[in-house]
Design a protein around this ligand. Structure first.
Ligand SMILES: Cc1ncc(COP(=O)(O)O)c(C=O)c1O
Length: 406
């Protein structure tokens, strides 16, 4: 039978890269591709204890729960956010199935087909997929390593009349870049002036490599809330990177009026996120030193990033450059302009290493000589081998391109 998919489904897009990366599963391949935390750093015993406590509390742990999420956990997250300079009450926040669902629900309640949305380039692939599924008209704002360029942002705000600006201003996925304080302030100021909501997606912000006080700029949400009583920044975060992604627990904070409508959309989508996972997290936050855990994984990830950076710096691959990220999970590599990393990928997989070609992170005009490397998941002892394999793949790719030219 021929299935007539909806226009929205037809806009979900498929990915040749995903198909290639699927081939890497179960093989002797070192993957720098996925956005995965290091498994050996999961707080296993604490999570076991948390579930055990949640289940021994009372039978309601297995019952349906509130769409907004488990109230004590919302209070705990609200308190953490307030400490981080983003004062929110529980009514200004809802728990979601990962921050991925937060992005989806916000787009669902805001966007009609054809509505303009501003993004960075490159940006988070799965956010582009969500925007595509709602048939948003995606426009890029030019940026440098410090954030969106204010003049171009203003031009796009004026010309495109967007409904939303989506950004990952801290330890960006995929670029690892962090916006400066000045650019953050300017972005908030301009979006407020043009009455445009900002979705600040901040899954990596707590994975920091510099422990000195004041090392990092404030979040857009903090800037927004400290300068106006009518916030224009909607903020999403997650436990995926700081505890474990399998718990699928994220949150979205914004004006109460907006959260109310998101709650209705969530009810229609899945009634509520897993009540037992939320209870376990609430227990975890009660007895486990989460701040100490975040400091520890940040230290480990920092040394893994330095290792990858050193391995890459040893090589003299013509025209290759990168900046060390100041936190997060990704290093963005730009190779010489002749190299197309999507074409390089099969050679890399053949050699036993995987990465994500940079072009998938662009909604238009991709930089095809880029790649995203994850440094948090691969055990440190395998990193030198991974880079050696990448080097061999590059040599083979260049040879085959040359023979193709002759
Ligand atoms: C920028 C960004 N936003 C959101 C997410 C979604 O994370 P989760 O749904 O696990 O909270 C990710 C996951 O990698 C991400 O990189």
């Amino acid at each position: 039978m021929k299935i007539n998919f909806s226009t929205a489904a037809n806009h979900l897009g498929s990915s040749a890269v995903r198909e290639i990366l699927k081939l890497t599963q179960g093989k002797d391949i070192i993957s720098l591709a996925g956005g995965l935390p290091g498994e050996e750093l999961f707080p296993m015993q604490a999570v076991r204890d948390a579930y055990s406590r949640a289940l021994s509390a009372d039978t309601s742990a297995l019952q349906y729960g509130l769409t907004e999420g488990y109230a004590p956990l919302r209070e705990q997250i609200a308190a953490r956010l307030t400490k981080q300079g983003i004062p929110v009450s529980a009514s200004e926040m809802i728990l979601t199935t990962g921050s991925q669902q937060a992005i989806d629900l916000l787009c669902k309640i805001l966007l009609d087909p054809g509505d303009a949305v501003l993004v960075e380039a490159p940006t988070y692939l799965a956010a582009l997929q969500v925007l595509g599924s709602y048939r948003a008209d995606i426009h890029i704002v030019q940026s440098d390593g410090h954030g969106m360029l204010p003049d171009h942002l203003e031009e796009q705000l004026r010309q495109q009349r967007p409904k939303l600006l989506y950004a990952v201003p801290t330890f960006n996925n995929p670029s690892g870049a962090t916006w400066s304080k000045e650019r953050r302030e300017k972005t908030v100021e301009l979006c407020r002036r043009y009455n445009v909501l900002i979705l600040e997606d901040n899954p990596y912000g707590e994975i920091t490599f510099d422990e000195s006080p004041g090392a990092y700029p404030p979040t857009l949400a903090e800037i927004d809330r400290s300068s106006s009583s009518e916030p224009c920044v909607v903020y999403t975060g997650t436990f995926s990177k700081i505890v474990a992604p399998a718990l699928r627990t994220g949150w979205i904070a914004g004006p109460a009026e907006l959260i109310k409508v998101i709650t209705k959309a969530k009810q229609a989508a899945d009634l509520h996120s897993s009540a037992i996972d939320q209870r376990a997290l609430s227990e975890l936050l009660g007895f486990f030193d989460i701040e100490g855990h975040i400091r520890e994984i940040s230290r480990q990830y920092y040394s893994r990033m330095k290792l990858l950076s050193a391995e890459l710096s040893f090589r003299s691959w013509n025209g290759t450059r990168f900046h060390e990220p100041r936190g997060g999970m990704f290093l963005w590599l730009t190779l010489s302009e002749q190299i197309n990393t999507t074409k390089l990928l099969p050679f890399a997989v053949e050699q036993g290493v995987a990465f994500v070609p940079g072009e998938v992170f662009f909604s238009a005009q991709p930089l095809t000589n880029t790649m995203r490397l994850n440094f948090t998941h691969t055990p440190p002892e395998l990193v030198p081998l991974a880079v050696q394999r990448l080097e061999k793949a590059l040599a083979q790719y260049e040879q085959s391109e040359l023979s193709f030219l002759h």
